[in-house]
Design a protein around this ligand. Structure first.
Ligand code: GRF
Length: 226
């Protein structure tokens, strides 16, 4: 099966992009990263992509000042020039219009740093700490019209520790983002994802076992602490 030509859309440092590039170095990986596209010329990920020998492009969203349709038309042209079939959003900080999302329905994925549907939007780690949740994590989902909505492909959970700051929690979540995103993109590129009644079904996925509890449910009698 030919590898699906995939564009990664970024706005910043591009650590998820780097994880996808690393996975796609394996010729057996079903997606080929054919383009890294940024809406900011200063995005750190661009240099990283270029160093990896991947074509890069910039469509400056600033240049379109509120003209989202114009910005997206410019992006669509670049995507067409590179014969892109799939899009992976990786820290891409622009909200896409319904028209763009519809054009890429079932062919565009996003990574979000929370266990959706909890904490859509920005500042997810701060909000998770404020809410006092004991488990936090990340989600890969197909992109649909609502921000951080769409059928979920994969999630990973991490414990929240009492001494966590947004930065320490973000780092723990990010490590899991780098594990689940390459897997989820591979499922999509291999044609293993279908959507039934608004939920994603992944052919041949291995169901996880076990559980993560946080804090560890140690009985008082066994605990060294009162
Ligand atoms: C990640 O936390 C991702 O989940 C969110 O934006 C951040 C991007 O980080 N959408 P990076 O640019 O991939 O390092």
């Amino acid at each position: 099966m030919p590898r699906r030509r995939t564009a990664i859309l970024i706005s910043g440092r591009g650590s998820n992009m780097a994880a996808l590039l690393a996975a796609a170095r394996d010729p057996a990986y079903p997606a080929e990263i054919a383009l890294v596209l940024s809406n900011k010329a200063e995005a750190g990920g661009l240099a990283r992509a270029a160093a990896a020998g991947v074509p890069t492009a910039v469509v400056e969203s600033r240049a379109f000042k509120g003209d989202r349709a114009g910005f997206e038309a410019a992006m669509a042209q670049v995507l067409a020039e590179h014969r892109i079939e799939l899009i992976a959003l990786a820290g891409f900080m622009r909200v896409l219009t319904e028209g763009f999302v519809a054009a890429w329905a079932g062919r565009m994925v996003n990574i979000h740093p929370s266990l959706l549907p909890a904490f859509p939007g920005l500042d997810t780690h701060e909000r998770a700490l404020s809410a006092g949740v004991r488990l936090h994590g990340c989600t890969v989902h197909l992109v649909s019209a609502g921000v951080d909505e769409g059928p979920i492909l994969a999630q990973a959970a991490v414990p929240v520790r009492p001494d966590d700051t947004p930065a320490t929690l973000a780092a723990r979540v990010l490590a899991e983002e780098h594990r689940i995103y390459p897997a989820a993109l591979a499922w999509l590129a291999a044609g293993r994802v279908r959507v039934e009644a608004g939920r994603a079904v992944i052919a041949g996925a291995i169901a996880a076992a076990g559980a993560l509890a946080s804090p560890l449910p140690v009985l008082p009698a066994l605990s060294t602490q009162r």
